[in-house]
Design a protein around this ligand. Structure first.
Ligand code: SAH
Ligand code: SF4
Ligand code: F3S
Length: 442
């Protein structure tokens, strides 16, 4: 075998998987792997999977089906399954899919180099425990000093203790764990030294972050954000995903007084019906959510609100769904993500009666999406004539054009031949399209 081996990673699911894939590539970098962009070239293929809805989980099996011919042509190719499907169904995958050499759950990525070596000796390796050792501490620090794109993810917290009745995350990612603040600060400084100007702090429940601070005290997310804001060349900070019950006062205040914290907040509510919220075990109700948004807007009036919604949860009636539409009208979202309820084995809701017929769920999804699309369009139209910060990330399709992200996370196209990747500039928005804005430098 050649000296450098080639690794192909396909990532599904949430941003935490995107971050994990980067870290896995770095961990295997120590075993001589470099990343490639097509599975055909690879000596090892990793599927970093998502289990959140049935469709997401099914993708793994169809992808494995497609990889069979590659493995037939190249028997020394190693195929691994990582991520949340690995955690939930790893043993089953291993038993049913002989082409899989390696199954690794999200808490064991630091063991990958050793696992890879074992597969080279012909072993099949399965690692889905929740080990005591902290994977972040043992994962190699980010490899050689490569330049990075201007915007990066940084996981600060993992796992979930909330146990919403529909959700697999508490089972696939385990209990809430926060990384120590000094390690996060060191990683952030390293990212910034490689050209990163914006960091999005990640966690399944990122605002439940409570890590030990360098002063030996417990740091909440607000304290961490304020400390990151002291890194000069770090220009923007975001965080996702938040739970309404963990929006503490100091975090709300930070939205008002920390200039680097961007005016955008993803705050899933799932439903506007108290009856359904209770059955979902969300532990907040409609009013507490609305009051919370009032307080956030009092601190930062221009904040762009985003949310997640599930339609067709068991026993959801038309009246419950109308309550969701009402809540959406009351909040007025800048953007949102909508899902049809998907039954997940092992979750409490999977056992319930009163499943909503698929055609009813589809109709509700359509109505909710139409309302949210109207709000999103209105928000984007409202940007026209305004001045916003834009962090430029890449060249646009037309000569001399650059594309970046606004403070509110909109894609913005600007003509500016002198602009470089990583520039943060003031831009006046001149027009709004369906998915992006255009503007000119001020
Ligand atoms: N930790 C975050 C996000 C979890 S997963 C939070 O609590 O908000 C992202 C979104 O997927 C959820 O907000 C929810 O809207 C959706 N989701 C989770 N489980 C689902 C299921 N079984 N069916 C449909 N959507 C689901
Ligand atoms: Fe899932 Fe609820 Fe935890 Fe979010 S808060 S990850 S929806 S259990
Ligand atoms: Fe999916 Fe796991 Fe993320 S189930 S949404 S990849 S935490």
């Amino acid at each position: 075998m050649s000296e450098t081996k080639k690794l192909y990673i396909r990532t599904y699911g949430c941003q935490m998987n995107v971050y994990d894939s980067e870290r896995m590539a770095e961990a295997l970098g120590g075993s001589g792997y470099t990343e490639v962009s097509s599975p055909e070239e690879a000596d090892m293929i990793l599927l970093n999977t998502c289990h959140i809805r049935e469709k997401a989980a099914e993708k793994v099996y169809s992808e494995l089906g497609r990889l069979r011919s590659l493995k037939n042509e190249k028997p020394e190719l190693k195929i691994g399954v990582a991520g949340c499907v690995a955690q939930a169904e790893g043993a089953e995958i291993m038993a049913r899919q002989p082409l899989v050499d390696l199954v690794v759950g999200p808490q064991s990525y630091h063991r990958l180099p050793d696992m890879e070596a074992r597969t080279r000796r012909g072993e099949k390796v399965l690692e889905t425990e929740f080990p005591e050792d902290d994977k972040f501490e043992t994962l190699k620090t980010r490899g050689p000093k490569a330049r990075r794109a201007p915007a990066a993810f940084l996981t600060v917290q993992e796992g979930c203790d909330k146990f919403c009745a529909f959700c697999v995350v508490p089972y696939t990612r385990g209990a809430e764990v926060s990384r120590p603040a000094d390690r996060i600060l060191a990683e952030a400084r390293d990212l910034v030294s490689r050209g990163v100007r914006e960091i999005t702090l990640l966690g399944q429940n990122v605002n439940a972050y409570h890590g030990s601070g360098p002063d030996g005290r417990d740091w909440g997310l607000a304290r961490l954000v304020r400390s990151l804001a002291e890194i000069d060349d770090l220009k923007r900070i975001r965080f996702t995903t938040s739970h309404p019950n963990d929006m503490e006062d100091d975090l709300i205040a930070a939205h008002g007084d920390c200039d680097k914290l961007m005016p955008y907040l993803h705050l899933p509510v799932q439903s506007g019906s108290n009856r359904i919220l209770k059955r979902m075990n969300r532990s907040h109700d409609r009013d507490s959510y609305l009051r919370l948004i009032e307080r956030i807007r009092a601190a930062r009036p221009d904040i762009a609100m985003s949310g997640d919604f599930i339609v067709g949860f068991p026993e959801e009636t038309d009246a419950d769904f109308q309550a969701t539409l009402d809540l959406v009208r009351e909040v007025n979202y800048a953007t949102a993500f909508t899902f049809k309820y998907s039954t997940r084995p092992g979750t409490p809701a999977a056992e319930r009666s009163g499943q909503v017929p698929p055609e009813v769920a589809a109709e509700r999804l359509g109505a909710l999406q139409a309302l949210l699309a109207e709000q999103q369009q209105a928000f984007m139209q409202g940007m026209v004539g305004r001045e916003v910060g834009v962090l430029f990330e890449k060249a646009g399709r037309h000569p001399g054009q650059m594309v970046g992200k606004s403070d509110y996370l909109h894609a913005v196209h600007v003509h500016g031949p002198a602009l470089k990747e990583g520039d943060l500039r003031r831009v006046r928005i001149t027009s709004a399209g369906p998915n992006s804005l255009a503007g000119e430098l001020v």
